[in-house]
Design a protein around this ligand. Structure first.
Ligand code: CP3
Length: 369
């Protein structure tokens, strides 16, 4: 089986030779190859040059035995294309100079065709897909309407998103108008990436853990569901990811997605039992990968894999993006460990694994009932 098959098969909950692994933020500052390019170019220059974006997309694929590539871009180019002025301030993170504060601001947003305004990423998808030459599949992505609305209203990162939540409750009609516009652009943008060659899609709702289940149902879910509905006009499997989502996971599944992302604070198998029939992605703590010894990483990844015990449809990943202080050799060790530990060949199993095998068979029996 080629590396390509593993990830896409797991998205569909089909059997694989071993558990596929890729990492959120696998292309980025922890890699010396990336830092070298960043010495010459700003992050927006890298994103807006299709050639350089494709090059960065492939850097982690050349360096590690990962099972999927993710297109190099950022979630914030979507609000930028709609008219918000974006700047990445070194040491501070991203800011928008003209954040949204009223319904008039929402009305001023451009309703864009992502194929035109985000053509650099669409072209990067085509180039990266060609350069990968079938080695591993390519994932396209977008920020989800809620997370993008948070940035657009706050004007940057925030610890608790108080402005965004106040806007949601105090100006509900402006909120709904903003979310509707974002959901159409996000849906169309994901579809355009799939049509350009992305074989899977991920919706990042990174900050959705800041709402309650009631708020999610009223202010968030209809728009995530609409974006996913539009994206699913392509056949590409879709990963629906958020953090702080322990109590929101069933609603996220209802909004849509073939794969649900689970953060590191949530017990992956307990969440999976609650979610039922869907593939699941996660959930090693990025802190362990950055700060742990190789033995720590194996222990923690081994714990997750032991608990999953070969259930079909597991995609190994972090619970959130890789940190910039992650040693590249830790990434190499993790990828190798996940593949070896889950290798379907029973001869590879040590004592611990035979127990895992028993649990795996038990799960398969339960599922077939
Ligand atoms: O995963 C990948 O390898 C693909 C590339 C990718 C980037 N951003 C590149 C990037 C992806 C998938 C993103 C998504 C993204 N961007 C999210 C959602 C995922 C998450 O982590 O929750 C968010 C919230 C953003 C917004 C954003 N972009 C922030 C808050 C920052 C600054 C913080 C930081 O890490 O510096 C960025 C910058 C950014 N986007 C970097 C990269 C590699 C680092 C900037 C640099 O090179 O200077």
């Amino acid at each position: 089986m080629s590396r390509t098959d593993r990830f896409l098969k797991a998205c569909k909950r089909e059997p694989t030779d071993c558990t596929p692994i890729w990492l959120m933020r696998q292309a980025g500052r922890y890699m010396p190859e990336y830092r070298a390019l960043r010495e010459e170019h700003t992050i927006l220059e890298l994103i807006k040059s299709p050639e350089m974006a494709a090059e960065v997309t492939l850097q982690p694929i050349e360096a590690f035995e990962l099972d999927a590539a993710i297109i190099f871009a950022d979630i914030l180019t979507v609000p930028e294309a709609m008219g918000l002025e974006l700047e990445f301030v070194s040491g501070e993170g991203p800011i928008f100079h003209n954040p949204i504060g009223s319904s008039a601001d929402v009305e001023k947003l451009r309703s864009i065709d992502p194929r035109e305004y985000l053509d650099f990423t669409i072209k990067a998808v085509k180039l990266a897909r060609a350069a990968l030459a079938g080695r591993v599949p390519l994932i396209g992505f977008s920020g989800a309407p809620f997370t993008l609305a948070c940035y657009a209203i706050e004007g940057g990162s925030s610890r608790d998103f108080t402005k965004a939540k106040a806007f949601m409750h105090d100006q509900p009609s402006a909120w709904h108008m903003l979310m509707e516009r974002l959901s159409n652009v996000v849906g169309e943008y994901l579809l355009a990436q799939a049509e350009a060659g992305a074989q899977a899609l991920q919706l990042f709702d990174s900050w959705v853990g800041h709402v309650t289940p009631e708020e999610y149902a009223e202010f968030v879910m209809p728009y995530s569901a609409e974006a996913i509905r539009q994206a699913k006009q392509s056949k590409a499997p879709l990963i629906h990811f958020g953090t702080g989502t322990g109590s929101l996971l069933p609603q996220m599944k209802e909004a849509g997605g073939d794969v649900i992302g689970v953060d590191s604070e949530t017990d992956l198998v307990a969440a999976w039992d609650e979610l039922g029939k869907v593939a699941v992605q996660g959930n090693l703590d990025p802190k362990v990968l950055a700060e742990g010894s190789i033995a720590d990483i194996r222990k923690e990844a081994g714990r997750i894999l032991f608990n999953v015990s070969g259930r079909k449809g597991h995609i190994f990943n972090l619970g959130h993006g890789a940190r910039k202080d992650t040693p590249p050799e830790n990434v190499a060790a993790l990828v190798d460990f996940v593949h070896k530990y889950t290798s379907a060949d029973p001869e590879d199993d040590g004592n611990e694994d035979s127990e895992a095998h028993k649990r795996r068979s038990r799960f398969d029996e339960d599922e077939n009932e």
